[in-house]
Structures are given as structure tokens and as C-alpha cells.
Design a protein around this ligand. Structure first.
Ligand SMILES: CC(=O)N[C@H]1[C@@H](OP(=O)(O)OP(=O)(O)OC[C@H]2O[C@@H](n3ccc(=O)[nH]c3=O)[C@H](O)[C@@H]2O)O[C@H](CO)[C@@H](O)[C@@H]1O
Ligand SMILES: C=C(OP(=O)(O)O)C(=O)O
Length: 434
């Protein structure tokens, strides 16, 4: 099995070009199913989730080709069915977008339950509620569910909480539905806006994306077109934090600074120097880091997906930091791993209390999900000795090539092959010490 070996690193120096957004790409690729014409998407990252979508696309008849320049060409005109392989659907989170994108065309979609990072509870009741309001009926089976709608009709939908997934899914369903759909309490995330812009470029009629009320007037069909996905704000944020963890100065390029405004404000509060231009941001360590309080929130608040790398950063800040996780109250799997490395962190309820300054030391640790992986890559750079990180496949679900990028900044990390039984034994010994 692959593991990542990390040695103490820093000060970091250099710049990293940020890849296209995973979460936006997942929505855009499903959205292509609404059209019958060729579509070209630029900036779609070459990561596990995208390869699975290409696989699913092939199964249902949508051609996908990576062009020599990296663009992805999609041919939705040949889609012949809406039966999504249940195991493939369950191997990543946003497979549910195929429901919204295929329902109007086929009247019935069969699909496996959503997978993705496991934060104990990730309900899809708002997707169900929204699509039901538009006339869909759900049937749940042991390992898959089916959604049927003879005719999708526009509806007024009030979400009970802000959800980017349900906002995008209902928006997809509404594009070819009859009449007007209004989504109230909609998520304002850049990925929602990117998807709406893309669909409008293809001829959809969506107004208000980026506010909490989105109006969609159904159209009969969509055209083809070309679109460039937005940059990955979550990856950008984590690279900037690495300059705080390991010292030095890191620049991220090809980014939209507004998309991580709340993160930049928090990094400044922690004591980092932030300098940004139109499409690039530089974060520099400016000496002592200060403890802070953070509450995760939906956009434009501090993103839950940046909470884990931030925890690694706050182990290096003097004083007691407090992180209240408001989106996924149990998203603290990384904490046990940081404790193995010597971090002084308590979790009570949905809040983590971090006493910064405890020296970290290298250990065997496991990434349970993408951002836990990012957190541990960062922590490994601050730790004395060698850190061995398992769960590399989780990191590969989100990053095109995290190691090359971190190494280009001067980080000491490498991919190694070890015997799986050896790694399990090392992790087991670490668990026993906790
Ligand atoms: C593929 C993708 O884009 N993933 C992102 C997306 O996940 P995902 O789209 O799954 O997350 P949502 O924005 O839908 O979830 C936000 C909140 O709403 C709750 N909720 C959501 C839907 C629902 O039907 N019922 C319900 O209660 C969730 O438990 C969570 O507390 O947004 C999350 C929150 O920013 C990010 O962590 C994920 O990286
Ligand atoms: C939670 C995440 O991804 P997903 O929703 O795809 O599991 C993430 O990107 O941090």
C-alpha cells in the first residue's frame, strides 16, 4: 500500500497554481447530462471522483474525452439510460447530482446511495423534499434508490437549512422542468454560482444564484458550449495555511481571493501576513501565531472543509483556540491522529479546544478523509522526526498531485510503498498508546 512519509519542513517558499474545484466539477459534469450537444469543460481536475464520473458517464452513454490541452469534452447527446451503477455512485458524494440532471430527460433514475467523506451523518432529506415538491417520487431499496417523475413541475421550495448539495440538485432538476421554480434559503457557495453560470451559458434561465433566493424558469432544451471551472478555494486555503504551520511564504495563483475571504480574515487574525492581487494570494508567516475562536458556517462563513487544516495550524499558535464545528458536528476524526503526534486537543460536543504550542512529534497516522489528510500533511511538516501517513487514497480523491505541489514549496515528503500488515500494526500500536 502507498503511504506518505513526511519530515519536518520549512520555511516554505514558492508558488502553487491551484487546480479546478472538485466540488464544482462534480456538479458541472452531471449538469452536462441536461444538454444534448457537445460541451467542453476546462480546468476539471484529474482526480478519483472525476474518473468515477467519467466511468459512470460511459455506462450511460455520455462520451468523455480528455483533450491534449487538458480540457474535458463531453457528449451527452448519446445518453441512453439513467441507471447509475450503485457501487460507482456510492464511491463518492455528489452522485446525487445525476438524479437532478437525468430526471427530466428519462422520467426515472436508479442510483446507489451517496458515499464520500464520512462525518457520521450526511442526510439528503432536503434533496428529497425539493425534488418531491417538483413531482418526484422516491423508492428506497437496500443498496440503491429510484426517483421517478412523469413530468417535473416548477415549485416553491423552502430549504430547512442551507445546503449546497440540495440547492444544486434542485436547480439541475428545475432547468428542464415545466414552469418556474423558486429555491428559498438557497446556498450562496461559489460552486452553486459556477453551476448556474454554466447552465445559463447553455441556455438555462436561472436568476439569483449567489443570493438566498434562486429563480429558475424551465426551458425545453439546452445548447452545447464551453466553460472553465472555478479554482478550488479549499485547496488554496490549505496551501496558505501551510506557510503558517511550517513558516515561510506561500503564493497560490489562479485563484479568486473573494472565495476565501473568511479564511484570509482568520489567517490575518492568527498573525499571518496576507497579500492578495486579482488572482493570487501570498501568505507569509510573520512570527508568533495567536490563538483564535472559529465557528464553521456555510458560505461566506468559515468553511467546514478548511476546519481540519486550520486545526493543524492552531496547534502551532500560542494560547487556547476554540473551533465550533456547526456544519458537521462530528467532523473531528483528525483530532485523534493529531493527539498521537502530541497535540493537546479536547473535543467536547461539537467543539474542539486546542492548546497550541505542544511540540508535535512524528508518528504513524491515518487520513480518514480528504481534509483530515491535508491536516496531517501540514502537521507532519511541523513535527520533529518522521510522520507516516496512511489513507492516501482519500487525499487522491481531492488533490491532483499534493506531493509535487508541497515539494515544490520545499516540503520534505515522499510516497512510499509498505506492506499493509506492517502499516496496520504501526497504527494499532499508536491507538493502544492513546
Ligand atoms: C461534493 C461537495 O460539494 N461536497 C461539499 C458539500 O457537501 P454536501 O453538498 O453534502 O453538503 P451540504 O451543503 O448539502 O450540507 C450542509 C449542511 O446541511 C445538512 N444537510 C444537507 C442536505 C440535506 O438534505 N440535509 C441536511 O441536513 C448537512 O448535514 C450539513 O450540515 O458541502 C459541504 C459543506 O460545505 C462540504 O463539506 C463538502 O465538501
Ligand atoms: C467533504 C468533502 O468532500 P465530499 O463531499 O465529496 O465527501 C470535502 O471535499 O472536504
Amino acid at each position: 500500500m502507498n503511504i506518505i512519509r513526511i519530515e519536518r519542513s520549512g520555511p516554505l517558499s514558492g508558488s502553487v497554481k491551484i487546480q479546478g474545484s472538485k466540488n464544482s466539477s462534480l456538479a458541472l459534469m452531471a449538469a452536462c447530462c441536461l444538454s444534448d450537444q457537445p460541451i467542453t469543460l476546462s480546468g476539471i481536475p484529474d482526480i478519483y471522483d472525476i474518473r468515477i464520473i467519467c466511468d459512470i458517464a460511459g455506462d450511460i452513454g455520455m462520451g468523455t474525452t480528455r483533450l491534449a490541452n487538458g480540457d474535458l469534452q463531453l457528449l451527452p447527446g448519446t445518453i441512453h439510460n439513467a441507471n447509475i451503477d450503485k457501487d460507482k455512485a456510492s464511491s463518492y458524494r455528489a452522485s446525487y447530482y445525476f438524479v437532478g440532471a437525468l430526471l427530466a430527460k428519462f422520467g426515472k433514475v436508479s442510483i446507489g446511495f451517496p458515499g464520500g467523506d464520512n462525518f457520521v451523518s450526511r442526510p439528503i432529506d432536503q434533496h428529497i423534499k425539493g425534488l418531491k415538491a417538483m413531482g418526484a417520487e422516491f423508492s428506497f431499496h437496500e443498496d440503491h434508490y429510484t426517483v421517478e417523475a412523469k413530468k417535473l413541475k416548477g415549485a416553491d421550495i423552502y430549504f430547512d437549512m442551507i445546503t449546497s448539495g440540495a440547492t444544486i440538485n434542485c436547480m439541475l432538476a428545475a432547468v428542464l422542468a415545466e414552469g418556474r421554480t423558486v429555491l428559498r434559503g438557497a446556498a450562496k457557495d461559489p460552486e452553486v454560482v459556477d453551476t448556474a453560470i454554466f447552465l445559463n451559458e447553455l441556455g438555462a434561465k436561472i436568476a439569483g444564484a449567489g443570493t438566498d433566493t434562486i429563480r429558475i424558469d424551465g426551458v425545453r432544451s439546452l445548447e452545447g458550449g464551453h466553460h472553465t471551472v472555478i479554482p478550488d478555494r479549499l485547496i488554496a486555503g490549505a496551501f496558505l495555511m501551510s506557510a503558517g504551520v511550517a513558516g515561510g511564504s506561500v503564493t497560490v495563483t489562479d485563484v479568486i481571493p473573494d472565495h476565501i475571504g473568511s479564511c484570509l480574515a482568520k489567517l490575518t487574525e492568527i498573525g499571518m501576513e496576507i497579500d492578495y492581487r486579482d488572482q493570487s494570494i501570498t501568505a507569509s508567516s510573520a512570527g508568533k501565531l495567536k490563538a483564535v475562536r472559529v465557528r464553521t458556517a456555510m458560505y461566506p462563513g468559515f468553511a467546514t472543509d478548511l476546519q481540519q487544516p486550520l486545526t493543524a495550524l492552531l496547534t502551532q499558535a500560542s494560547g487556547r483556540s476554540i473551533i465550533a464545528e456547526k456544519i458537521y458536528p462530528k467532523r473531528f476524526q483528525h483530532v485523534a491522529q493529531l493527539r498521537r503526534m502530541g497535540a493537546d486537543i479536547d473535543v467536547r460536543g461539537s467543539t474542539a479546544y486546542i492548546r497550541g504550542g505542544a511540540p508535535l512529534s512524528g508518528s504513524w497516522v491515518h487520513a480518514t478523509d480528504i481534509r483530515a489528510g491535508t491536516c496531517l500533511l501540514l502537521a507532519g511538516m511541523a513535527a520533529e522526526g518522521t510522520t507516516f501517513l496512511t489513507g492516501v487514497d482519500h487525499i487522491e480523491r481531492g488533490y491532483e498531485d499534493a506531493l509535487t505541489a508541497f515539494r515544490s514549496l520545499g516540503a520534505h515528503m515522499s510516497l512510499e510503498q509498505v506492506d499493509a500488515a506492517h502499516a496496520e500494526e504501526k497504527l494499532r500500536i499508536g491507538n493502544a498508546k492513546l
